[in-house]
Design a protein around this ligand. Sequence first.
Ligand SMILES: Cc1cc2nc3c(=O)[nH]c(=O)nc-3n(C[C@H](O)[C@H](O)[C@H](O)COP(=O)(O)O)c2cc1C
Length: 231
Amino acid sequence: MNKHRSLGVHPRVPLKALYLFMIGFILFASPANLFSSPRTNDDLIETSCVGEDQGAQRILVAYDTIHGSTAEVADHIGAELCARGFTVDIRFVGNVSSLEDYDAVIIGSAIYEFNWLPDARRFVRHHYATLASKPVAVFIVCSAMYQDTPESRDAVQKAFVSPLLNRYPAISPLSIGLFGGAVDFNINRYNLFEKFVLRILGKVLGFTDSADWRDWEYISEWAQEVGDLVE
Ligand SMILES: Cc1cc2nc3c(=O)[nH]c(=O)nc-3n(C[C@H](O)[C@H](O)[C@H](O)COP(=O)(O)O)c2cc1C
């Protein structure tokens, strides 16, 4: 006697369910979903300041983040430029509709799975023509810069910056900021996949615990350099 029928379960049902589960999982696990940014609105920072001079140049700092460390870097850069008298908007890339009002644009993204976040890439693609005609600076935040050495700079530049710039050759950044990021092994907001990737990343790069590699002094210096170049 058919074992499945005796249990009242059609023999094909479990297989179909398995297929559906697999398709659902693949859709859910696609990078666009897993790395949709930001994870919560608490991870966003959006502020503005108005420069003291009537004719102050207007700078946009547009960034993409999942867990907020890149938003804090963008905020820090913006604060440096505000203090210099620029008019600055700090915005999540997904909330920027036009670049027309800006004299210069700073674009930043966290690196996930060896790439810029999807919304940051969309931002560059969508605004390519305008970005090609304005002063632009670029920064990335990643764990591969946990040690700032000529070797790590070279590797990060080749792996995470050059591919994007090669794709959009009319963008020629005034400066490129390569910054260490932050990882939190205890954070409840990391999903299982992120925790898994982080463990592998930790093994490859040699870290096993939560860490914050952001060098605020260096980030300030970089912001000042960009300010000098825009002025
Ligand atoms: C799931 C996951 C994948 C990551 N992938 C990379 C990577 O491929 N290369 C890298 O250098 N850093 C990687 N990182 C480190 C992040 O870039 C770093 O933690 C960054 O500060 C996160 O920025 P955010 O807080 O703005 O989202 C990864 C982190 C996580 C959690």
